[in-house]
Design a protein around this ligand. Structure first.
Ligand code: AMP
Ligand code: FE
Ligand code: FE
Ligand code: ZN
Length: 279
């Protein structure tokens, strides 16, 4: 991919905050972005939008542009499909209704997971885990943290492998919409819908089906994409008339890495998105 002659600066269009399963507050993330010299970030919490406003306010004081974003959990019946939304109205009533519904569903599901764990002899303080997720959408990473703290797992990966990973004994599905419903929601809010990390587990046929349902772009730069994959998806986007995005998928340093800004996402991706949203 041509990244030379990059004069517009850099962006990071995939970061999580404490409003979902990230460890950093929106304010802290923006401050870090400013320190690293990132021009723009998109806050893309899982099924949550309340962090955007906080980040945007912080962004004004330290000169970082904050774009609205979201990472919707959807399924095509075979695989999980993460749909990224960008540049929608974060106050859009349809989007707010959806994220509020989903947040309640996530709390119900966290209780179910911890119920299953209890039957396996694993006792977690349910109210504490939910409260510990704070204002954000409670997810398996929060339960993994508790499993480690209470000594039921030595590592984060072990918590998933032994208990809460997909298909493991304490795993409970969360309700999911289809990719097409997710994209429609983002479009209703005036935004653009992108396929997150397409190289993770989708086949080309699955990707083509999602494109036909109204996809605007794909995420080409992502920590799970090798250089070959980045080049492949860059060309794939061009051939299919799609926009491109990229980001670090930073979750704070939950996995021992502070990833923000590590993936050299050109700001011109943002410029292209803005043009498309106007059109
Ligand atoms: P949830 O949305 O509550 O189902 O949690 C999904 C999140 O859990 C993902 O975004 C990952 O960060 C993490 N996760 C899921 N499966 C695993 C796994 N096998 N190992 C480590 N982390 C995982
Ligand atoms: Fe996550
Ligand atoms: Fe994702
Ligand atoms: Zn993500």
């Amino acid at each position: 991919m041509m990244l030379e002659n990059q004069q517009d600066g850099w962006a990071d269009l995939h970061v999580h905050t404490t409003w979902s399963d990230g460890l950093f507050s929106p304010q802290y993330l923006v401050q870090k972005a400013a320190e690293i010299g990132i021009r723009a970030i998109a806050v893309t919490d899982h099924d949550a939008v309340r962090g955007i406003k906080e980040a945007a306010q912080a962004g004004k004081t330290c000169g970082v542009e904050v774009l609205s974003g979201i990472e919707l959990s959807t399924t095509n019946g075979i695989h999980d499909v993460h749909i990224l939304g960008f540049l929608f109205d974060p106050e859009d009533p349809y989007i707010l209704e959806y994220v509020d519904f989903f947040q309640k569903e996530r709390q119900k599901r966290a209780r179910k997971i911890m119920n299953r764990l209890r039957k396996m002899g694993v006792r977690l303080n349910v109210e504490f885990v939910i409260a510990n997720a704070g204002h954000g959408a409670v997810g398996r990473p929060h339960i993994a943290d508790a499993l480690m703290e209470e000594g039921y797992a030595l590592t984060y990966d072990e918590a998933f492998y032994k208990y809460i990973g997909d298909g493991k004994p304490a795993f409970v599905e969360k309700p999911k919409i289809t990719p097409s419903e997710g994209m429609r929601l983002i479009h209703k809010g005036g935004g653009l819908s992108f396929l997150a990390h397409p190289g993770m587990d989708l086949t080309e046929a699955e990707i083509m089906a999602i494109i036909k349902q109204g996809l605007d772009g794909i995420e080409i730069l992502h920590p799970t994409h090798s250089e070959e994959k980045v080049n492949y998806f860059y060309k794939f986007a061009r051939d299919n008339n799609l926009l491109v995005s990229g980001g670090s998928d930073c979750h704070g340093d939950r996995k021992g890495k502070m990833m923000m800004g590590k993936f050299n996402v050109p700001y011109r991706f943002v410029t292209e998105m803005k043009k498309a949203v106007k059109a």
